[in-house]
Design a protein around this ligand. Structure first.
Ligand SMILES: Cc1cc2nc3c(=O)[nH]c(=O)nc-3n(C[C@H](O)[C@H](O)[C@H](O)COP(=O)(O)OP(=O)(O)OC[C@H]3O[C@@H](n4cnc5c(N)ncnc54)[C@H](O)[C@@H]3O)c2cc1C
Length: 373
């Protein structure tokens, strides 16, 4: 007979899997339910890469949480037996000395973190594949890198199963938070002592209350391969962030494609739509944002444009909250949650195991305050 406390996790994206990992470490018997076996390419977490960096505009809470995030990833790498992070550093740039650039620089400095201002000429001298033309501001921050997202999700799913969790492929049609129960499509029920709902962009459908706060948002991204003569320099390039209305660029590390996207929210789209191709005009708009900055971009091989979903909270604050005595929701990750998957999963699992920690989770996850050590 099972004597351990039991936990049920809906969603095998990075949030659900990391929470399952944390719950196993806290001694729970864990079942994860997902509509598709992980890694599910339609979930927000499954793509070649996700970025982790301290540059966070004025959101100093999230900037500081990145230290805890790195510590939690290190714990995960130790459990997985491999490091799925490639350090790149951050080149932050702006055509106007915009809010995000200015506030990131100020917050990093105020916290005593390494940050070097660069003139337009210094940007080009240091990173010859980036044009300094028209740059109003730039800085270099040595911390930050690429998390190999799809490989992390796949390895973590395997790891938790080896550690005793069950991952069940089934679609949940209803969440009965009061009874820590999921009702599945075939009418059967799964229940446990504790329930965590981490259903990514599908969440507004399952928890109608959250639909007022969180919106699924289809985002376009473009994958490219630099020409062979530039491949080596690009593979060693930093992430490039032009987040005052511009673009982000993920360098082609560890055999992945180079990726360009933007961070403006569409706030439309249906995560159940199997067609994840991008409108070519939208892909062209993304490329236009980067063209001026990356000379020769049109000579890069186009590997395809696709779409992926954010679950957007209006202030981009995470929602990790109790929805009943025995159930929690993890949502509102607004296009910046992956980097915090390991630390959010570990901390939420600790709070489920030790209720005296519960009260700290929502504000901390919303980027407002630091958790007690
Ligand atoms: C293009 C793009 C770029 C991004 N870049 C970054 C970045 O650089 N850095 C960063 O930190 N973050 C980034 N993010 C955000 C980050 O990827 C997400 O915040 C994170 O992956 C969310 O994980 P999740 O587990 O909440 O959701 P998901 O990964 O979507 O997982 C939810 C899971 O729940 C399952 N599910 C949903 N409903 C049901 C149901 N009814 N029954 C059964 N299963 C169900 C789904 O199948 C899915 O597997 C980016 C996101 C996108 C889309």
């Amino acid at each position: 007979m099972e004597t351990r406390p039991t936990a049920l996790v809906l969603g095998a994206g990075i949030m659900g899997l990391c929470t399952a990992w944390g719950l196993l470490r806290e001694g729970f018997s864990v079942v994860v339910v997902d509509q598709a076996p992980p890694p599910n390419p339609r979930g927000s977490s499954v793509d070649h890469h996700r970025l982790i960096r301290h540059a966070y505009g004025a959101q100093a809470g999230y900037m500081r949480m990145v230290d805890a995030a790195y510590a939690a990833w290190d714990e995960l790498w130790a459990d997985l037996g491999e490091v799925l992070h490639v350090p790149t550093g951050v080149l932050a740039i702006g055509e106007a000395d915009g809010d995000w650039l200015r506030e990131s620089r100020a917050a990093l400095r105020a916290d005593g973190r390494a940050v070097t201002d660069l003139s337009a000429a210094e940007v080009t001298a240091r990173f010859p594949y980036v044009s300094g033309e028209g740059l109003a501001g730039a800085f270099w921050s040595p911390e930050g890198g690429v998390l190999l997202a799809e490989r992390i999700v796949a390895a973590l799913a395997k790891h938790i199963v080896i550690s005793g969790a069950v991952i069940e492929t089934a679609r949940a049609v209803r969440v009965d938070a009061a009874h820590a129960t999921l009702v599945l499509e075939d009418g059967s029920r799964r229940r446990a002592d504790a329930l965590v709902v981490a259903a990514g962009p599908w969440i507004p459908r399952l928890l109608s209350g959250l639909g007022q706060r969180v919106t699924a948002s289809q985002q376009v991204l473009v994958r490219l391969a630099p020409p062979p003569e530039l491949a080596e320099s690009w593979a060693r390039a930093p992430m490039i962030l032009d987040l005052d209305g511009g673009f982000y660029l993920v360098p082609p590390v560890a055999g992945t494609p180079l990726k360009i996207g933007d961070h403006s929210f569409s706030l439309t789209g249906d995560p159940d739509d199997p067609d994840r191709s991008a409108d070519p005009r939208e892909a062209e708009l993304i490329l236009d944002l980067a063209r001026r900055r990356i000379p020769g971009l049109d000579g890069f091989r186009h590997l395809g444009a696709t779409t992926c979903f954010y679950d957007v909270e209006p202030e981009e604050r995470f929602v990790v909250e109790k929805i009943s005595q025995r159930a929690w929701v993890m949502s509102g990750f607004s296009g910046h949650g992956f980097k915090f998957g390991a630390v959010l999963g570990r901390r939420l699992a600790e709070a489920i195991a030790k209720p005296e920690l519960e009260a700290f989770i929502p504000a901390w996850a919303a980027g407002e305050e630091v958790m007690p050590a």
